[in-house]
Design a protein around this ligand. Structure first.
Ligand SMILES: Nc1ncnc2c1ncn2[C@@H]1O[C@H](COP(=O)(O)OP(=O)(O)O)[C@@H](O)[C@H]1O
Ligand SMILES: O=P(O)(O)O[C@H]1O[C@H](CO)[C@@H](O[C@H]2O[C@H](CO)[C@@H](O)[C@H](O)[C@H]2O)[C@H](O)[C@H]1O
Length: 485
């Protein structure tokens, strides 16, 4: 445990002692979590950012300790699962939010939440576990959100116009997630961010800005909590956001797969999704500053895409044969910029795909999860960007769905992609397909991101973005730019 960083805490147990007790257990448990971002590099220790007791162990059982810890990891080349190659992607030590339950022994229903048995230090003889799986702890968290105020370095805030009833029954969502969500009585959903970075979190910022615009496409934040580290320069860390739960809504990804399996037409939904995306873009352009992208900025964007491609090709050797073809998409974008083509940029979703779209029983689509691509630096995620970035994300998603189907259903993807662009044009007045160069560049950038994402998180899925990479590296000039084949 790094002594230098065991700085402070609002705990009855001295933070260095607390961390010394937990260190060996967390080293083993943390890398196994779906939301752990530093896969492939062993955790060598932890530095404490803050520790706050929500309930004091062992006086209270369960005890509940809120921890922000920095996971110290080797920065040397990593082996990326599913590929024979290595990556040397530099990574700062990531900070994670943990809610640790402490009990003498775990009741059977909490057995899957076990982190381990503490053998030494002030918690010796206690069992520690993933507190978010304990309904009692989840209830306690909602209580804190109902009553805004401070607890140590934690600050709880809420929109007091919205009633948060007492006693809503919690359940963990259990979804494949980058974070962890709890649903309360089918009324609210609390998302706890796992890897946290200082600064404005777009997943709170954008939905609040959209709510101020009266945009009904995005659930409006009802309550939130942050950690405020001492020191004037320190920016808060946004830790959780409570929103209305869209009961009975269907996830766009699941729905698309279901309709594909049934041979049902999804183009009506794709068109509605295009309209929903354009409406959100319009509201964002009104809510937050926009920018004009001239020659220099476009060149910078193309350079960033090329650099990401090179880093991804280093990490995933299967990408290497296609790199020259993919690079040509970014060169073509830079070339258009050099010829004087100007684009408008604005705040966008940043990681839009079918799984971020929820369809209410009424048929209305909502959009969630405005965090952006988790691996990108926060400053980059909050920059104004061309809206085609989100469009490209959705087009990729139709391709993903079609390729997850046996047999591959390319016509299905083509129809959805075209319908989505049509819907987008109806609501925005401009069809993304009329800008094939920038569309191809953003789609290529997204496919490259996906190759790296899948290599790191779901190696079995790697063939899906690799198939797109093959197509994007050698485009057929005769083909419609909205087509995914
Ligand atoms: N407001 C909501 N209403 C209903 N379900 C939601 C809502 N927000 C999120 N979900 C569900 O939770 C899942 C994870 O939410 P998301 O914000 O995408 O988390 P993550 O950033 O961890 O991926 C979504 O796929 C969706 O099924
Ligand atoms: O979980 P997040 O919303 O943070 O997003 C990450 O995980 C997504 C997968 O869960 C990943 O999306 C990719 O797979 C989807 C199918 O599961 C597909 O619809 C998307 O088009 C594809 O990009 C996303 O890229 C990643 O950031």
């Amino acid at each position: 445990m790094s002594e230098a960083a065991t700085r402070r805490g609002t705990t009855s147990i001295a933070p260095p002692d607390l961390l010394a007790s937990l260190d060996p257990l967390l080293r083993e448990w943390l890398p196994r979590q779906r939301w752990f971002a530093g896969k492939g590099r062993p955790v060598t220790g932890f530095a404490l950012i803050s520790a706050t007791e929500l309930l004091e162990p062992p006086l209270a059982s369960p005890g509940v300790i809120h921890l922000l810890v920095q996971a110290e990891q080797h920065h040397q080349p990593i082996h990326v699962a599913g590929t024979p190659g290595h990556s040397s992607a530099p990574h700062a030590d990531d900070c994670y939010q943990l809610l640790i339950g402490v009990r003498k022994a775990l009741p059977p229903h909490l057995a899957p939440a076990l982190i381990g048995h503490v053998t030494h230090g002030p918690l010796a003889g206690q069992t520690v576990y993933e507190g978010l799986h304990d309904p009692g702890i989840a209830e306690l968290l909602l209580e804190r959100l109902r009553l805004p105020g401070r607890l140590g370095e934690l600050r709880f805030g809420r929109d007091t116009r919205v009633d948060i009833p007492f006693g809503l029954v919690p359940r963990a969502l259990g979804a494949e997630q980058s974070n962890t969500s709890l649903v309360y009585g089918d009324t609210f959903i609390l998302k706890l961010f796992r890897r946290v970075v200082p600064g404005v979190n777009p997943d709170l910022e954008l939905p609040r800005a959209l709510a101020r615009q009266g945009c009904g496409r995005v659930p409006a934040p009802v309550a939130w909590f942050e950690s405020h580290q001492p020191g004037a320069a320190a920016e808060p860390l946004v830790l959780g956001v409570l929103q209305p739960y869209l009961k009975g809504s269907a996830d766009g990804w699941e729905l698309a797969l279901r309709m594909l399996a049934e041979g049902a037409d999804f183009s009506g939904e794709a068109r509605a999704l295009g309209r929903a995306t354009a409406e959100v873009h319009l509201a964002l352009s009104r809510a937050l500053p926009t920018a004009t992208l001239g020659h220099t900025q476009v060149e910078q964007i193309a350079k960033g895409m090329t650099e990401r491609l090179e880093a991804a090709a280093q990490a995933v050797p299967a990408l290497r044969p296609y790199a020259p073809g993919l690079r040509s998409a970014f060169d073509a974008l830079a070339q258009l910029g050099a010829e004087g083509r100007i684009w408008t940029a604005q705040r966008v979703h940043g990681d839009l795909h079918l799984g971020q779209c929820l369809r209410a029983p009424s048929g209305d689509w909502s959009i969630i999860d405005f965090e952006g691509e988790p691996a990108r630096p926060l400053g980059e995620r909050r920059m104004p960007q061309p809206t085609v970035r989100d469009v490209a994300g959705m087009l990729r998603s139709f391709d993903y769905a079609a390729r997850s189907h046996q047999p591959w259903a390319p016509e299905w993807a083509d129809t959805c992609r075209a319908a989505y662009c049509r819907g987008y044009a109806e609501a925005s007045g401009s069809d993304p397909r009329t800008e094939p160069v920038i569309l191809r560049a953003y789609e290529t950038d997204k496919a490259v991101y996906e190759v790296l994402y899948e290599a790191r998180h779901r190696p079995d899925w790697l063939p899906v973005p690799l198939a797109a990479v093959r197509r994007l590296a050698a485009p057929d000039p005769a083909r419609d730019p909205g087509s995914g084949r």
